[in-house]
Design a protein around this ligand. Structure first.
Ligand SMILES: NC(=O)C1=CN([C@@H]2O[C@H](COP(=O)(O)OP(=O)(O)OC[C@H]3O[C@@H](n4cnc5c(N)ncnc54)[C@H](OP(=O)(O)O)[C@@H]3O)[C@@H](O)[C@H]2O)C=CC1
Ligand SMILES: Nc1c(N[C@@H]2O[C@H](COP(=O)(O)O)[C@@H](O)[C@H]2O)[nH]c(=O)[nH]c1=O
Length: 610
């Protein structure tokens, strides 16, 4: 019979042991209650070093989205002494394994590498594996196989074929002592696992309530239930999410901002779900300079207000019947990994009933407000007996200032091993195996099978930009976004170009470029709308001529239509239902024709400038 097991994590900077959080910021003192049998086995160095790798990986949460969080620790074989470590800051930056190898220097030779997640070398360039092989690592301990089927098992296979001993938790290392490490590795990439298993983003419902279970006074006034310290924690939670959802009533009542004001770089999208579209003309959420806002509503609702909001830059998305499941399917299409629901009980209840909420964070403030009509965190669920109550699992209690944060899962983190085939079971990329229509190859996220076609793929290109000067751009996206301001005779414009060029990741470059374009419309080159296709084509050409494996991948798609499956970018992407212009797909097909033509008549030389 499993019994209650109390686990108290302590703080020991700079690398405290993991506290098994996903969507939670840096580790703090946490009491975790789990219902598992206590193991009397002695602690294993593999466990503590894997926990350390998972904690490292967690540092990039919110920065790496929509990519997984990777950490790597290298230790000496016999003593377990840590000699190097690293984590992936964001896609396109130096991988965790290479950082760890560089930090360890010669001490890496013969050592053991601990990875919370199997590396996902999606683009045919095997940086992570090569770094470990070249450093002379003798053994690799992997917490989890990669959850995406086209990457799963590939790196493990490559490492083994290089003669490195690879031990995978749950496969080669099975005993109870590894449970905590496995859980930690699952938790640190929970959003990706939910996404892969259920085809919805990982959703967290967060609310602040009084000790008598109210989220506002009966007047609807709610600022504030929880303490400043707790609200600070909410900012961090927001910074780790891709989107925040509230209902129309919360907008009318609170006029919230819903921004991550702790200074992190990740800015989540704000989503308002409103059936009536009875929303104010003016609201803080309509200021899209702060963060992007989407209003999800019923088809045909208040066209006049829709137009006014669209003029302010707010995106309105119409649904036939607005409901939490369809909105989450929409968020999935947009590539979101994790969503934070900050709504009241009126929306929380249908979201729970629809099964889209996976985790709950309840901040409980030691106050009593009373009021029979004061709102509570979850509305009608139709349950009549306590035995019907939903039980949370993996519950944690944490004191934050005067408040208590109680969190737990409504749906456990999925175990993907039985549902996702390994690399041995699936052949390597073959356009004929595209899950889409026979001769259409869709690509969008960089970890998709043809994800290297995305402008966010981390392939640096060397291109001239001003006065014939050459520069290395970390990705096509960096080059494209910066060129909005290239050639403008202004020191500020030049500064913007530099800023975008040195952005930490393609995602950051895109965010920066779009924001700076909105903030400095006068510094955007006058011919941008006419020239942006040429700019893009030049960059694509350079990318596909620089990297032979990308070139081969592009040529292998001959005969297929390439579509960038972006549901919201109707210029570069194909849109949700094929309504987009798909310029990125078209340019890639044009480039493919050029490359194939050149192949057929070798006398033709393809240069980057043609
Ligand atoms: N302490 C806390 O943590 C929080 C407190 N609050 C407080 O809670 C109160 C608001 O609560 P509540 O009205 O529940 O919050 P919400 O506005 O967050 O949710 C209800 C609204 O969601 C919209 N909605 C969209 N789709 C659906 C659907 N399928 N089913 C039901 N509603 C849907 C409706 O908007 P529409 O009417 O426009 O169609 C509805 O009025 C306020 O007093 C606010 O201050 C709110 C959030 C957090
Ligand atoms: N009242 C309340 C919360 N309310 C949530 O926070 C939103 C306001 O966010 P912002 O405008 O960005 O500060 C509000 O609309 C609601 O969703 N949250 C909490 O952590 N504690 C609280 O006591």
């Amino acid at each position: 019979m499993p019994h209650l097991h109390l686990h108290l994590f302590s703080l020991s900077p700079p690398l405290p042991p993991t506290s098994l959080r996903s969507n939670l910021p840096s580790p703090r003192v946490t009491v975790t209650v789990t219902c598992s049998a206590t193991s009397a086995s002695k602690p294993s160095p593999d466990v503590s070093l894997l926990l350390r790798a998972a904690d490292l990986a967690d540092r990039s949460a919110g920065l790496s989205s929509p990519h997984p969080n990777f950490g790597c620790v290298i230790a000496r074989k016999n003593s377990g002494e840590v000699v190097g470590e690293g984590f992936l800051y964001a896609q396109g930056t130096k991988c965790a394994e290479l950082q760890a190898v560089e930090a360890a220097g010669e001490l890496a030779s013969g050592g053991v590498a601990y990875l919370n997640l199997e590396p996902g070398d999606c683009y045919g360039d095997h940086t992570a594996v090569s770094a470990l092989v070249q450093a002379g690592i003798s053994r690799v301990v992997v917490g989890l196989r990669h959850p995406l089927h086209h990457l799963r098992g590939k790196a493990i296979q490559s490492l083994r074929s290089e003669g490195i001993q690879v031990h995978v938790l749950g496969e080669d290392l099975k005993s109870r002592v590894y449970e905590e490490a496995l859980k930690s590795c699952l938790t640190v990439n929970a959003p990706l696992l939910y996404r892969a298993a259920f085809r919805v983003p990982f959703s967290v419902l967060k609310y602040a309530m009084t000790l008598d279970g109210k989220i506002a006074a009966s007047s609807g006034h709610a600022s504030w239930v929880s303490s400043k310290l707790s609200r600070g924690r909410v900012f961090e939670l927001r910074g780790r999410s891709d989107a925040i959802v509230v209902g129309g009533n919360t907008v009318r009542r609170d006029d919230p901002q819903l921004t991550a004001r702790h200074g992190g770089s990740h800015v989540p999208v704000r989503i308002v779900m409103s059936q009536t579209f009875d929303l104010p003309e003016e609201a803080k959420l309509w200021n899209v300079l702060e963060a992007y806002t989407i209003v999800a509503t019923q088809r045909g609702a208040r066209k006049d207000l829709q137009k006014n909001l669209a003029a302010k830059g707010v995106e309105v998305v119409e649904f036939d019947i607005l409901n939490p499941r369809d909105v989450m399917a929409y968020c999935y299409d947009r590539g979101y990994l994790s969503v934070l629901w900050e709504c009241g009980g009126g929306l929380a209840a249908p979201a729970i009933s629809a099964g889209v909420i996976h985790k709950v964070y309840a901040f409980v403030a030691p106050k009593i407000i009373g009021g029979v009509n004061a709102p509570s965190p979850v509305g009608e669920l139709g349950m009549v007996q306590m035995s019907q109550a939903l039980n949370l699992v993996d519950v944690s209690f944490e004191q934050i200032g005067p408040d208590m944060l109680i969190s737990g899962y409504l749906q456990p983190i999925p175990d993907l091993s039985p549902t996702i085939p390994s690399a041995d079971e699936i052949p390597s990329i073959d356009p004929a195996l595209s899950p889409y229509e026979t001769n259409i190859i869709s690509f969008y996220k960089t970890w998709d099978p043809f994800g290297a076609f995305s402008n966010f793929s981390p392939h640096p290109i060397q291109m001239p930009y001003e006065n014939g000067k050459h520069a290395v751009w970390p990705s096509v996206e960096h080059y494209y976004q910066a060129h909005k301001f290239v050639g403008i005779d202004s020191p500020i414009a030049r500064e913007l170009v530099e800023k975008i060029m040195t952005a930490n990741s393609p995602e950051e470059a895109a965010r920066m470029g779009r924001r700076l374009q909105r903030e400095h419309p006068k510094l955007v080159r006058a011919d941008w709308e006419n020239t942006k296709i040429d700019v893009m084509y030049r960059a694509l050409k350079c990318k596909f001529l620089t990297y032979p494996h990308l070139n081969a991948m592009l040529r292998s798609t001959a005969g297929s239509v390439l579509v960038e499956a972006s549901p919201h970018d109707l210029f570069w992407g194909g849109g949700r239902e094929g309504e987009g212009l798909n310029y990125l797909g078209r340019l890639l097909m044009q480039l493919r024709s050029e490359i194939l033509e050149q192949e057929a008549s070798p006398k033709l030389t393809l240069t980057q400038s043609t």
